[in-house]
Design a protein around this ligand. Sequence first.
Ligand code: NDP
Ligand code: GDR
Length: 371
Amino acid sequence: MKKALITGVTGQDGSYLAEFLLAKGYEVHGIKRRSSSFNTSRIDYLYQGPQDSGRRFFLHYGDLTDASNLTRILQEVHPDEIYNLGAQSHVAVSFECPEYTANVNALGALRILEAIRLLGFQETRFYQASTSELYGAPQVFPQNEDTPFNPRSPYSIAKLFAYWTTVNFREAYDLYACNGILFNHESSRRGETFVTRKITRGLANIAQGLEQCLYLGDLNAFRDWGHAKDYVEMQWLMLQQESPRDFVISTGLQHSVREFLHYSAQELGITIEFKGRGDREVGIVSSVVGESAPAVRPGDKIIQVDSRYFRPAEVESLMGDASLARQELGWAPKTSLKELIGEMISHDLKEAKRNLLLTRNGYRADLICEE
Ligand code: NDP
Ligand code: GDR
């Protein structure tokens, strides 16, 4: 039975990858951080108790900033494959915490690669979660494996270090180490502060009357959005090749944040018209059809641009060319943007309805805790 170790197993991709590898028959080990509240909600459904004789999913406490911990876990598990998905993954937050971001995203990758080398695990294969943010402000469209990098945030600068460290360990020590340069991928498990989930969750709450207005930053940024579930399969495939190589994974289509907003609103039967410019821009409801948004009326202001969400340096436009992955790995995205948005809205609408029901029926967390 093959063994995989996943850093960032509690995150969006980590949860899908763990599910995928377990279904393939792997023994899966994940590293989770100690936190004062539960942080395993995305993987709880995969949990197997210590009494389960067929147990193949194991969690270890650890942190990418802690080299001795990582080395010990590697030594104990001796994995065939390591997927380094752990990161401070929020670009805007990286401007607030640049040093921490560098420690986790840049040195974290180095720490794992050094542990592989020092333990003499020459057969262990390593996947690094690289990113389209490396391209930053690209001069070439669409971007592929040969497009020059031009990172524009502490997040992507740290990821650039990890990218080159991965290449360096491949060249210097002959390790099977490769980078997946993944463009944005989303799902109903996406963190709530990334723009897609912020939009689907915010609009669903507004539709049900739980919120009045959604505050957003740059609506004119363009991204190439795919589905996370499709993308983790590629992470695995990259480690199954004869020799290691870096691959771009993307859909090859781009849309603006504004378009994502329109499509999400449409799923709820809401049409929005934009008025004003810059940080004075607002989105007003022009019509509502169907029954998904009972709390919304024409004329409601439900979107407000807020300069607090602008970034010191913005990445305006990204679109990937995944021809190499198409050729070598048989890559083709399975989920369209419309399907992705449909899934996210449907999930967040269900959540909003549940929360509304709890609020209406007098649910009060403080009372329940006191019992
Ligand atoms: P998430 O933010 O959902 O997950 C990040 C994971 O990293 C979480 O499990 C988090 O733990 C963990 N983590 C954070 N800090 C540390 C640390 N110091 N030590 C150990 N673990 C840590 O990200 P995604 O799942 O979306 O992305 C996975 C990887 O892919 C990331 O490296 C990201 O940068 C990269 N990437 C993502 C893309 C995307 O569009 N999703 C595109 C390209 C690259 P906790 O749950 O406790 O916070
Ligand atoms: P990104 O994703 O920075 O591409 O990084 P995010 O969803 O945060 O931003 C995408 C674009 O939307 C604009 N935007 C907003 N973003 C957020 N978060 N909140 C807002 O209110 C808002 N309004 C507009 C942003 O300015 C940006 O242009 C993601 C992460 O998963 C990284 O880890 C990964 O490497 C890249 O995708 C590929």
